[in-house]
Design a protein around this ligand. Structure first.
Ligand code: COA
Length: 416
């Protein structure tokens, strides 16, 4: 079956997570993604946090599937010549080097445009161009702090907290993928490439927009009724950390289930959806609350929301998180067990949908990875193992017109 992005050639100059997550997605959908790596070393994640000595780490294999690997020292003249040839015949160059690195390599946007006016150059940086921090190198948690996520995550009596979700890295990569597809669509009509830039700070902030909503509400009225600080606690002039509160209009919290004393994940997330109040009361055996004016509206419940959660926890005491959800789902109550990674890895539904998938790797055997979260009716996304360092160097060079002797010499000189 042909894939929608087949025929799109991508020079993948990315490393660590933000860039690789973007290009991996495009590779899944059919693009020919050539990962360009420094000879002998490669992407630093190949060797970071290894679980098998001498074998590419899961950090690398889980972010670089379906790609080809070309080793190339782009600081040598031969390396620059090879990159120039590649640029001539490619559609997109994606990079997430530190600020200015591509320019220092000699491949400014102006120069790339001269080589191939149809080229799309897509970059991830920590901060946007012209930002007062534009010179900073940035990793995941730095971005979470700069984008407003950390100051609003965690509990009120604790420090700013980062999320386990890769809001700075993979999230930025996803934004960049949307930018690349948009630029490709634009090129279909104009024939011209363009520069696409996404900053990690902006991408985190884009996911934190409800917190900017809250800052403006706080400025106006001085409190935020859906936060646990309301109505008994106090607010300062900045959006506080809201613990496990639901961020929208539906109060929610993480509640203990049977076994929480020993199992760190014996919890469910419970949401009190306004119109589901009567079913909630029926589910937890508190029918008397259904028509009690002290409970009938969300506003009436607000000052006793934690007493209500405590009552639900009492009901949950003899139920595992899975038993509880099986009961609550019959009442149409939005809820979920808090799942551990171990449970997720074994989840039959995630396996059946391909969201968790086993992949074969030439050196490590099979490993689990996260497949495409995007499902299509006319595209089956097949996840393949990640390439070994330089696995496709010779075939890519041959494709660019280099003969075997020249390729051997390039290896000898460590250009590739
Ligand atoms: N051949 C020759 N040189 C190469 C090369 C290749 N194939 N690939 C990379 N290099 C060089 C670069 O040209 C650069 O050289 P220079 O600094 O002398 O100009 C050098 O390697 C280092 O690149 P850099 O990206 O700055 O690496 P770093 O390890 O110091 O920093 C980051 C890593 C992630 C902090 C930095 O790349 C960064 O801030 N990136 C943007 C934001 C981002 O994506 N963060 C990571 C999210 S997971």
């Amino acid at each position: 079956m042909s894939k929608p992005l087949e025929g799109i050639k991508i020079i993948d100059f990315t490393h660590v997570q933000a860039g690789p997550a973007c290009t991996q997605l495009l590779a899944w959908f059919g693009a020919d993604v050539i990962k360009v790596e420094r000879p002998g070393a490669g992407d630093v994640t190949r060797s970071q946090l290894r679980d098998i000595p001498g074998v590419d780490a899961l950090y690398f294999t889980m972010l670089n599937s379906n790609k080809r690997s070309l080793t190339l020292d782009t600081k040598t003249q031969d390396g620059k010549d090879i990159l120039t040839k590649l640029i001539k015949e490619s559609d997109v160059l994606v990079e997430n080097f530190g600020p200015g690195a591509l320019d220092r390599m000699g491949f400014t946007w102006e120069h790339i445009k001269e080589i191939n006016p149809g080229m799309i150059v897509a970059s991830v940086k920590g901060f946007s161009d012209g930002h007062h921090y534009e010179d900073l190198k940035v990793y995941e948690n730095v971005a979470q702090c700069a984008g407003g996520a950390a100051s609003t995550t965690g509990f009120d009596d604790g420090p700013p907290t980062v999320s386990a979700a890769a809001l700075g890295d993979s999230n930025t990569g996803m934004h960049l993928a949307i930018g690349i597809l948009t630029a490709l669509r634009a090129r279909d009509t104009t024939g011209k490439g363009q520069k696409v830039a996404v900053s990690m700070q902006d991408s985190v902030l884009n996911l934190c927009r409800v917190k900017l909503r809250d800052q403006q509400r706080l400025d106006r009225v001085g409190y935020l009724e859906e936060y646990p600080q309301y109505p008994h606690g106090t607010f300062s002039d900045v959006v506080p950390r809201g613990g496990n509160a639901g961020g929208g209009g539906q109060p929610g919290w993480v509640l203990k289930c049977k076994g929480w004393q020993t199992d760190p994940n014996a919890y469910i997330y419970f949401t009190i959806q306004g119109h589901a109040w009567a079913p909630i009361c029926r589910a937890i055996g508190k029918e008397e609350w259904i028509d009690d004016p002290a409970y009938t509206t969300a506003q009436a419940r607000q000052d006793k929301i934690f007493d209500i959660f405590a009552t639900i926890e009492e009901w949950l005491k003899d139920k595992t998180k899975f038993e509880a959800v099986d009961i609550l789902r019959k009442f149409d109550i939005p809820c979920s067990p808090v799942l551990s990674m171990k449970e997720i890895a074994a989840d039959p539904s995630l396996r059946a949908s391909g969201t968790i998938t086993e992949v074969e790797h030439k050196e490590r055997g099979t490993y689990l990875t996260v497949g495409s979260p995007i499902k299509f009716s006319d595209l089956k996304v097949e996840i393949k193992g990640s390439p070994l360092l330089g696995e496709h160097t010779d075939e890519i060079l041959a494709g660019l017109g280099y003969d075997p002797q020249k390729i051997a010499a390039l290896h000898e000189q460590r250009v590739v």
